[in-house]
Design a protein around this ligand. Structure first.
Ligand code: PLP
Length: 352
């Protein structure tokens, strides 16, 4: 099979030889009895890294978010969340299906919320509604371009929410990318949030799994949610072993991914018909507009694929490229040559 340059997502990374070796050698037990030493180690390590009392290993980021929502809320409660968040757009309406809650959404251009926008939506219980039981932030924000919360902004949201007795959950699928951008450890990024989910299976390269962390009491409730959602696993240590390697080895590679993303953004900015502000690219996600090429995102994406480059259209004229450890700088350079070819070809055809 031909080797594609795969810029669709950082989920496409495959386990490293060190991860496979660790999986092969993993000590295992029945995790539902808390007897899997590898899972126990992973959970302790994850909790320590994000500065929380406890953590639980979940099969997917979606289950991590949904378990958190379930553990923080009662049926009929309101959850404040960005309109373009993963929780709203890509989790099959789980907030409603699994927790019986209603979302109250806020729209901003870059995916970042601030207290000024949240405050007007906050309300307590009355005869007509349960009121707001949870605020969920996404850091980095995926679909609007990998933006990172300025730490003061996030801390203010948490302080204000806590004054009103409302917990804050962070969908930190890419918290390590946020931490890398900010130059601070993940525990500072997550310091004030009550719960945080992060993925092992994205930029960190593990084959499967995410972590949900929070207080010991919260994690007990989240474990019950994981159970009812069907996510309690048995000898999950084979997966946890890869997760441990991911946590120990992978964050060091993220600065390279961010540099590659910036390189892609700067190259795209020079392609006629593509619009993007490279200074807007903070982490490993590059979103750009292709309307000026006269092609839709799907059309551009199909032409790139014919030439060995995989990418995703995320809206009629918007595309997304992600960098990760399975993409080298040479491959980014090649992908940008291909992009220039694809767009140049069309402009000639249009001009004829
Ligand atoms: C990928 C992602 C998730 C969910 O992770 P899965 O493992 O694919 O379920 C949640 N939130 C964000 C922001 C993501 O990018």
């Amino acid at each position: 099979m031909r080797e594609f340059i795969d810029l669709r997502s950082d989920t496409v990374t495959r386990p490293t030889p060190a991860m496979r070796q660790a999986m092969f050698e993993a000590e295992v037990g029945d995790d539902v009895y808390h007897e899997d030493p590898s899972v126990n180690r992973l959970e302790a390590l994850a909790a320590e890294i994000v500065g929380k009392e406890a953590a639980v290993f979940v099969p997917t980021g979606t289950m991590g978010n949904q378990s958190a929502i379930r553990a923080h809320t009662q049926r009929g409660d309101e959850v404040i969340v960005h309109e373009r968040s993963h929780i709203v757009l890509y989790e099959v309406g789980g907030v409603a299906q699994l927790s019986g809650c209603v979302t109250r959404t806020i729209s901003t251009p870059n995916g970042i919320l601030d207290w000024n926008r949240i405050e007007p939506l906050v309300r307590g219980e009355s005869d007509h509604f349960n009121g707001v039981a949870l605020i969920a932030v996404e850091n980095t924000h995926n679909i609007l371009g990998g933006h990172v919360y300025p730490q003061e902004l996030l801390n203010e949201i948490c302080d204000q929410a806590h004054e009103r007795g409302i917990p804050v959950h962070m969908d930190g699928a890419r918290i390590f990318n946020a931490a890398t951008y900010l130059g601070t450890p993940p525990r500072e990024v997550a310091e004030k949030v009550d719960s945080v989910m992060f993925c092992l299976s994205k930029g960190l390269g593990a084959p499967v799994g995410s972590m949900l962390a929070g207080s010991r009491e919260f994690i007990e409730r989240a474990r019950m949610a994981r159970k009812v959602f069907g996510g309690s696993m048995r000898q999950a240590g084979v997966l946890a072993a890869a997760g441990i390697v991911a946590l120990e080895n992978s964050p060091a590679g993220l600065p390279r991914d961010h540099k590659n993303a910036r390189f892609i953004a700067e190259s795209l900015a020079r392609v006629p018909g593509i619009s993007i502000d490279p200074t807007d690219v903070q982490t490993n996600i590059v979103i750009f507009d292709v309307e000026g090429t006269g092609m839709t995102g799907r059309e551009v994406s199909a032409k790139l694929r014919e030439r060995g480059v995989l990418s995703n259209a995320v809206a009629p004229y918007r595309m997304r490229m992600l960098t990760h450890y399975d993409v080298t700088r040479e491959q980014c350079e090649r992908a940008m040559e291909v992009m220039t070819e694809v767009c140049a070809g069309v402009q000639v055809a249009v001009g004829d």
